[in-house]
Design a protein around this ligand. Structure first.
Ligand code: SF4
Length: 486
């Protein structure tokens, strides 16, 4: 049995298709889909009586129900071994109107290829499409009471380009993309009959994001591999065409020459830690005690679950706060909330965090500062107190992300987890909840979480702030050592 997603994979790489079919990877969820977009669409249109398709349905189930229903949901159809699942279909006198529902804000023009391929199946089964719409989330919608479907959902006849502009109608985009799928179906059969296709390292492996099977195809790369060179569009060409394996073999004139790349180059050349002591010292010059090491955990909701929230807003449900005073004594505070815990979170944070001193976070702009700013919009009565916190933030990630400090073992990455492992003798590995994604999944089940899960969540978040202390003190020791050796 074949699906349209198989064709997409085949077009990217035949080996990817083979691996996906034979060695599927577990699904990773990054967003909480707390409502069903199909059900909301049906409610929006007042469609109550409808045919509901199911996996493995034969075509006959749909055709034999045509007289009994006007609306069809999740219809499964098959032609030449290619199975498709249709969006909402509404019967009209001369064919069907299709409603593609999206739990996102800007369904893109490239979706039209899937629609065109689905219509290839419909055409061959004698099913005529007379119109098409997308139904998607309104990014400007702010929840106030029950979900207002008229405001939350936008019904549109166009898809969106890369700049989120709706330019072309779906009909035009679909007509431009119609194609014969028989050659693709034959190619899929051929790929699946053979041993895994040969792995060939090209920019296809990393274009628009690293391929899910990259580490399966190319395990155990050297830390100093040229492929770990950061922000480089030239590394693939250097690797694939010029045969350059490691960063130390690169002619510096052949790459972009950013500060971060320079740090990687120097570390690879010398085999030692690159540490720009003057710049690091300057970066941390304004850090003052008490230092509040602060870390949040949050969940992103596709549909705003509570008042004042928009689609894809986050709910910050946990923090860990280690406070280090000038004598290096450390105390710990924490918060873990359930349900709509936003205001309780804000109140306790304002209460717990010292009113002076630096607030150290990891990835300030994309994480803690952003979250506090969102909370300040949702709860303007706390704006000034929250601003007082984010104004004091220092980003511990920057010296590592901008190439002031680089160790070959970082292999082009700088997550806190990685830094702790490299620069201290601690590790996240022995924690039950060892990463942010797992932490999010545990929050989703917090209502039924046992004591052990809650303990692990607290431990994970606390590990992040503890890790910041360890890494920051490692930096201070490096600075002290260099000053002494002057
Ligand atoms: S890593 Fe590259 S070769 Fe391997 S499956 Fe992905 S695209 Fe294909």
């Amino acid at each position: 049995m074949k699906h349209l997603s198989d064709i997409n994979k085949l077009q990217r790489c035949d080996r990817l298709l083979w691996l996906f079919k034979k060695q599927p990877l577990p699904y990773q969820r990054y967003v909480m889909f707390n409502e069903n977009i199909y059900e909301l669409t049906l409610r929006l249109f007042g469609m109550k009586d409808y045919f509901k398709g199911a996996p493995h349905d034969p075509n006959e189930r749909f055709f034999s129900s045509l007289d009994a229903y006007d609306v069809f949901v999740s219809v499964r159809l098959e032609y030449q071994g290619l199975r498709i699942k249709m969006p909402i279909m509404r019967k009209v006198h001369d064919g069907f109107v299709l409603y593609y529902s999206y739990a996102n804000c800007y369904p893109k023009e490239n979706e039209a290829q899937t629609y065109a391929d689905q219509e290839w199946v419909l055409d061959h089964l004698g099913i005529k499409v007379v119109d098409r719409f997308v139904v998607h989330l309104n990014p400007a919608y702010v929840r106030d009471g029950d979900l207002d479907l008229e405001q939350l959902l936008i019904v549109e006849k166009k898809l969106y380009n890369d700049k989120n502009k709706a330019k072309h109608t779906i009909g035009k985009l679909v007509n431009d993309r119609k194609r014969d799928l028989i050659p693709f179906l034959e190619a899929i059969d051929q790929v699946m009959e053979e041993e895994p296709p040969r792995k060939i390292r090209t920019n296809i492996c990393t274009r628009k994001g690293k391929c899910d099977y990259f580490d399966v195809c190319f395990p155990n790369q050297k830390d100093t591999s040229i492929l770990n060179l950061v922000s480089s569009s030239k590394k693939f060409e250097l690797h694939d065409l010029k045969g350059i394996e490691t960063i130390s073999q690169v002619d510096f004139d052949d790459i972009e020459g950013t500060r971060h790349q320079y740090a990687q180059y120097m570390a690879a050349k010398t085999g030692t830690l690159f540490f720009d002591a003057v710049a690091v010292d300057y970066f941390f010059r304004d850090v003052t005690y008490p230092i509040s090491y602060l870390d949040f955990e949050w969940e992103t909701f596709a549909f705003p679950p509570f008042d004042g929230m928009k689609p894809y807003d986050v709910l910050t449900f946990q923090y860990s706060l280690h406070i280090e005073n000038a004598n290096h004594n450390v105390r710990h505070k924490e918060f873990l909330g359930k349900g709509d815990c936003r205001e309780a979170f804000v109140q306790q944070l304002i209460h717990d965090i010292p009113k002076e001193g630096s607030v150290m976070c990891f990835n300030v702009e994309g994480a803690e500062k952003l979250r506090l700013k969102q909370l300040a919009v949702q709860f303007p009565q706390y704006h000034d107190a929250l601003e007082q916190i984010w104004e004091r933030m220092v980003d511990l990630a920057i010296p590592f992300s901008s190439g002031l400090i680089y160790d070959n073992k970082m292999a082009g990455m700088y997550s806190l987890k990685k830094l702790v492992k490299i620069f201290t003798n601690k590790s996240y590995d022995d924690l039950e909840i060892g990463d942010g994604i797992t932490a999010m999944q545990s929050y989703a089940k917090l209502d039924e979480a046992d004591e052990e899960t809650i303990k692990n969540l607290l431990k994970y978040c606390a590990m992040d702030t503890y890790a910041m202390i360890l890494v920051y003190h490692w930096v201070l020791r490096q600075l002290a050592k260099r000053k002494k050796n002057k």
